[in-house]
Design a binder for this molecule. Structure first.
Ligand code: PSV
Ligand code: MN
Ligand code: MN
Length: 426
């Protein structure tokens, strides 16, 4: 199943007039504020977010999994799905693979399919939180932090293997997320667990190719409910600093305790040039992984304000590896990803509207009310037509979700792949 370009142009013809009226109106309004809409449109069209291979099927919870028809059951099909998202948005031009779920059987063939779908390979993810069939060692009591040297070596070796596969595919980074921790007090010696994690990460880092980066993810709890060895951004940053200049912290929006000020964490990491990766999702309670922007869109906007500021003012911080890390169990996974992409771009665009000079002046004048007005004025501005303009410029549909439905994408995927499908992944 591929998106037919003729369908896209028919779709756009249908909406072209109303789009143009709206665009002219918004462009005029922004001009009065001294903002060049074309500059914003350009930035929005350049923004690319990676799609994780494990979000293309319906996710499950520990209470069950409800499969969704037409889910991809092979890496080839996952790439096709990302190709569909990219054709509909032009903002999803890369995929993030998880090994061993996505081990390519024929590297060259996989690269060809990716190329045909205009997809590149973003960060590779290792998996030391599950035991694979017939595995020689078990991660039940930890992987990189394990008290058993042989298990640590086994986990380090797996990460090296992931780097090797990634190198062949053209990826340039490795993301390490660990489930390592303890479920009960006394189970683990915190200092030894941290020291083991440090040594193991260094063992992985030392085999990283010159032009690669390593991203260290943190998470306060789950699957362990008493302690997690890399529990927060401070621990991640400490380990990244201990590994070296190619190691960075990765912020996943769902990996914070409720009400944490994530925008401040982002600012702190960028100030030190150590924010490497970013996982988008939304949450109400914990690592809920629900659709981006579905619960706290204003918080997302405030985070983007810091990201935009950092991208403009912290040249020491590398370009960020953006990824959606959401998966859920009831929606069509592709529709959900389209909603997430839209929410990310909306928050980014609104953050681009903030007049940073004016904000700085208001801050220096301690005009607290004005500061808030400046932020909220940008947040309340309807920027949807700017996203449409970015898509139109790249021959993508003005309304991706509607196009997805009217092109009968899911129906065709079900016809091709069947109704009772299960994708590999979480
Ligand atoms: C588990 O919490 C998790 O959601 C992490 O965020 C990882 O990035 C992802 O799974 C894949 O391992
Ligand atoms: Mn994540
Ligand atoms: Mn997570």
């Amino acid at each position: 199943m591929k998106i037919d370009k003729n369908n896209i142009s028919d779709h756009n013809k249908k909406y072209k007039n109303s789009f143009q009226n709206e665009f002219d109106f918004v462009s005029d309004k922004l001009e009065k504020k001294g903002i060049d809409i074309e500059e914003i449109v350009k930035k929005v069209s350049d923004f690319q977010v990676a799609i994780p291979s494990w979000a293309l099927g319906a996710g499950g919870t520990r209470f069950g999994r409800f499969s969704y028809g037409g889910e991809p059951s092979s890496l080839e099909q996952k790439l096709q799905d990302v190709g569909i998202l990219h054709a509909l948005t032009r903002s999803a031009g890369s995929v993030s693979l998880h090994i061993p779920w996505d081990i390519p059987k024929d590297i060259e063939a996989i690269k060809e399919i990716a190329k045909g779908n205009e997809i590149t390979f973003d960060a590779m993810n290792s998996n030391t939180f599950q035991d694979q069939k017939d595995a020689k060692k078990s991660y039940k009591f930890g992987s990189l932090n394990n008290s058993d040297q042989e298990i640590r070596d086994f986990a380090v070796e797996h990460n090296r293997e992931v780097i090797k596969i990634g190198k062949e595919l053209g990826s340039k980074s490795l993301t390490v997320w660990l489930a390592d921790g303890a479920s009960f007090p006394g189970q683990l010696n915190f200092q030894r667990a941290l020291d083991n994690t440090h040594t193991s990460l260094k063992g992985i880092y030392d085999t990283l190719p010159k032009d690669w980066k390593m991203f260290i993810e943190y998470k306060p709890y789950e699957p362990n409910f008493y302690s997690t060895t890399i529990q927060d951004w401070g621990t991640s940053l400490m380990l990244a600093n201990a590994c070296g200049e190619k190691a960075y912290t990765l912020v996943d929006l769902g990996h914070h305790l409720p009400n944490t000020n994530i925008e401040q964490i982002v600012a702190t990491l960028m100030y030190k040039g150590k924010l490497g990766g970013f996982h988008f999702n939304d949450s109400k309670y914990g690592d809920d992984d629900v659709t981006v922007g579905s619960i706290k869109p204003y918080a997302l906007f405030l985070i983007f304000n810091e990201l935009v500021y950092g991208m403009e003012n912290n040249p020491n911080n590398p370009e960020l590896a953006w990824m959606i890390d959401a998966s859920h169990n009831i929606k069509d996974p592709l529709e959900d990803l389209l909603q997430s992409i839209e929410a990310i771009l909306l928050a980014y665009t609104k953050a681009l509207l903030i007049d940073q000079k004016e904000l700085r002046e208001a801050q220096l004048a301690h005009d607290v009310v004005k500061c808030q007005e400046i932020l909220q004025d940008a947040y309340r501005f309807d920027v949807r037509v700017i996203l449409q303009a970015a898509r139109l410029k790249q021959d993508a549909p003005l309304n991706p979700l509607e196009a997805y439905r009217s092109f009968n994408v899911r129906k065709n995927l079900i016809l091709e792949r069947g109704n009772k499908t299960i994708a590999t992944g979480l």
